[in-house]
Design a protein around this ligand. Structure first.
Ligand code: AHR
Length: 500
């Protein structure tokens, strides 16, 4: 059995919007087994190491193979206690207990920080992975002078710093400073003042840097309006963290929805929830600032419950849910210019999971690879004209949806308009879908290729030491048939070809 055909219009004549590749970013933080016990080996590991620094070679290679476009570091909450001088040169502190996570949640939550990964090592990782670095300065226990000295160290190559390392253009002033859980958290008015002080000091050292202001994802909060009333003119990006589904009632913090068909459709609708929230914030920002301020969604993921931070299980369901969010970012490329999946290794639903000696490239890894390998520079107008649909009830903080198309689309094109890459997601949990593409203002001018990620079950996963369940591949499509494609159930695919 197959679903009724979905007809999709791709309008090559309509104005296009540039997509900033920074939306395919990642996040590396001292949390759980991400740095110690992830990038660096855990006790007893026999995994081969990179000689010079001591990273696990298999993990380093998996990160490189992911082609991370942008990497945010060192936090997260950890950034607001991090003293960058502890991680460089003669001042390097070899080890201390994790001052934030240990302090707030007890020793099992946060790992000890060994400071093997300092500024120079992070920049070298970015250089070797071909990623742009993104720093978050300490606005919790630090001060503006310390942040400015960090900019000087990194961008002016102050004493002792290797000039072959990349400079850093993007700097966030603290992290989630609105939250009770954050060291240094404060009122919106006070944070805005602090932000302006930091920005002035940092840009006095390097006026070319861009700074990110902490925003709050909670639609009930007045934080964004209050910080922007004071700092809008000096804001390059407003940070919005988007963890879905948000539901902080105690009963929900520790529960994971069962792997049911209902949870599948809710997870696969999460892009709609994210879109509604971003558009809510967009309106509020316009009211206060009188203009659009681009968003840095610099932490995002599906995060069902608290323990997932230390026990990650990235399933096909959650990774295709993440794909709906990436398609939303492409769709709102005018608004979302930066996004960082939280997190890179072993935390929440990451692309890379390790055990003591093995590494797995998860479903999230393959979803990201599909975007970074094939997405083109501009968003093109695309829409589902007709096709089968579904409805899903509310699940935790995921909005209910009604009559949402089972196949969703996001089309991209090269700057010169001569190539397209059309992302197609068959959200049906068990039926294949037939898609008819109707190009307005052009047609396939070359044979096409269909690249895909899928899996045999909704909860399929790749975990270290287990047989890989996630299937990926590419198949050629004849030019004459490029406008009609078959998608297996539970599949994210991208169709690429030239147009004329
Ligand atoms: O990545 C997990 C944590 O969640 C980050 O440190 C923090 O910014 C967020 O609240």
């Amino acid at each position: 059995m197959e679903l009724a055909a979905t007809r999709i219009a791709v309008d090559l004549r309509a104005p296009t919007v540039a997509i900033d590749r920074r939306i395919y970013g990642h996040f590396l933080e001292e949390l759980g087994r991400m740095v110690s016990g992830g990038l660096f080996p855990e006790k007893g590991s026999t995994a081969p190491l990179m000689r010079e620094v001591g990273y696990r070679k298999d993990v380093w290679e998996a990160c490189r193979d992911l082609s991370p476009v942008l990497v945010r570091w060192p936090g997260g909450c950890f950034a607001d206690v991090y003293r960058w001088r502890d991680g460089v040169g003669v001042h390097r502190q070899r080890s201390y207990p994790n001052r934030f996570w240990g302090h707030r949640f007890g020793p099992t939550w946060g790992p000890a920080v060994h400071n093997e990964l300092g500024t120079d090592e992070f920049l070298a990782l970015c250089r070797d992975w071909d990623a742009e670095p993104y720093f978050c300065v300490n606005a919790g226990s630090g001060d503006a002078e310390e942040a400015a000295a960090w900019v000087e160290y990194v961008n002016r190559h102050a004493t002792g710093h290797d000039p072959s390392l990349p400079r850093c253009k993007l700097w966030s002033v603290g992290n989630e400073q609105f939250g009770w859980w954050e060291v240094g958290h404060t009122t919106a008015r006070d944070y805005a003042r602090r932000y302006l002080r930091y920005r002035a000091a940092m840009r006095a050292v390097d006026p070319t840097i861009e700074t990110v202001l902490n925003g709050n994802d909670d639609p009930r909060s007045r934080w964004n309006a209050r910080v922007l009333e004071r700092a809008a003119a000096e804001t390059d990006y407003l940070s919005i963290h988007s963890y879905q589904p948000q539901d902080y009632r105690l009963a929900h913090i520790f529960t994971q929805p069962p792997p049911t068909v209902a949870s599948w459709y809710s997870a696969l609708s999460i892009g709609e929830t994210v879109l509604a929230k971003l558009e809510h914030h967009e309106q509020a920002v316009r009211r206060v600032a009188g203009r659009a301020i681009p968003f840095a969604v610099d932490e995002w993921n599906l995060w069902w419950n608290f323990p997932q931070a230390i026990r990650p299980r990235p399933s096909l369901r959650d990774s295709l849910g993440a794909a709906t969010i990436l398609m939303t970012f492409q769709h709102r490329a005018d608004l979302v210019r930066i996004a960082n999946l939280s997190s890179l290794i072993n935390v929440i639903s990451p692309p890379i999971v390790t055990d003591r000696d093995r590494v797995a490239r998860t479903s999230m890894f393959h979803v990201f690879r599909l975007f970074t390998a094939h997405a083109l520079a501009r968003r093109v107008a695309s829409r589902v004209v007709h096709g089968p649909s579904y409805s899903a009830a509310r699940l935790k903080g995921i909005r209910p949806v009604e009559r949402a198309p089972l196949v969703s689309v996001s089309a991209t094109a090269s700057d010169d308009g001569q190539r397209v890459a059309v992302f197609l997601l068959n959200r049906h949990h068990e039926l294949p879908a037939r898609v008819e593409l109707d190009y307005q203002g052009g047609a396939a001018a070359s044979d096409a290729a269909l690249h895909y990620v899928t899996g045999p079950t909704m909860m399929a996963e790749n975990l270290p030491g287990r047989i890989e369940q996630i299937e990926t591949g590419s198949r050629p499509v004849d030019r004459g048939r490029a406008q009609e494609v078959e998608l297996p159930p539970r599949t994210l695919a991208v169709l690429t070809h030239a147009v004329a």
